[in-house]
Ligand binder design. Structure first.
Ligand SMILES: [Zn+2]
Length: 242
């Protein structure tokens, strides 16, 4: 299947077209597309009709679509590369500081050589500071309490991130996003297949539907959507939970 989506400019020319080419289609395929003009327009595919979009293609300004999974992986790689660079940078910076510190006596401040065991001036033992210690950034005197706090915060951060991803990817949230994109049929199908009569998702969607109604109300007040569009949005939300 080939799909293209064009956006007319002020002169009425289709100056921005997004192409989705050779998208595989099966008898049970459902598609959903966010048609709002955004940096990335996304075509989502539910191949087996179970209400979960397994595949997604995204296309930017005047371009052919790429596999969204690949796009996410590429972005993750970039983030990882940046993190690695920061981590390495910190260690190099730290090694320089350690090197400078290791050249002077910690007692009297006289210059010492790394081959000396004792300071020639005051006789204090020369501290052997390893230049690189991949376990700790900073000097090797880290308080135990601080370490535990660090571990606890890392765990909390990790769990929050995982919970966030799970909540975002849940069918209830997918229905919410479909409603926000005015994809009412698709929202209804996913609701019937994956949210209705489920313990957690149904409750979660109750909360999300309140948020949705609030946002529709807001958009209506601000005049970004017409009264008729708002009514359609209200009806769609009410129709789901009937
Ligand atoms: Zn000394």
């Amino acid at each position: 299947m080939d799909v293209s989506l064009g956006y007319p400019d002020a002169e009425g020319d289709y100056s921005d077209t997004r192409y989705f080419e050779n998208v595989p289609v099966t008898d049970t395929s459902y598609f959903s597309m966010n048609t709002r003009k955004e940096q990335w327009v996304e075509l989502k595919q539910d191949g087996d009709g179970d209400g979960v979009f397994e595949k997604s293609y995204s296309a930017k300004f005047n371009s052919s679509a790429v596999d969204s999974g690949e796009r996410t992986r590429n972005m993750l790689l970039i983030v990882l590369a940046v993190l690695l660079a920061v981590w390495l940078g910190l260690h190099i910076f730290n090694a320089c500081r350690r090197y400078r510190r290791s050249r002077f006596c910690s007692q009297c401040g006289a210059e010492v050589k790394s081959s000396q065991n004792f300071c020639a001036k005051c006789g204090a033992p020369v501290q052997k500071i390893p230049l690189v210690d991949f376990g700790i950034i900073g000097y090797p005197k880290e308080k135990k309490g601080f370490k535990i706090t660090k571990i606890v915060f890392t765990c909390i951060f990790g769990l929050t991130a995982v919970a966030g991803i799970l909540l975002y990817r849940s069918p209830a949230c997918t229905v919410y996003r479909q409603l926000m994109d005015s994809q009412y049929q698709s929202a209804e199908r996913i609701y019937e297949n994956a949210v209705r009569d489920t313990l957690v998702n149904e409750k979660y969607f109750d909360i999300l539907s309140d948020v949705y109604l609030m946002r529709v109300e807001q958009a209506e007040e601000q005049g970004t959507i017409s009264e008729a569009e708002a009514q359609e949005a209200y009806d769609a939300a009410a129709g789901l939970t009937d």
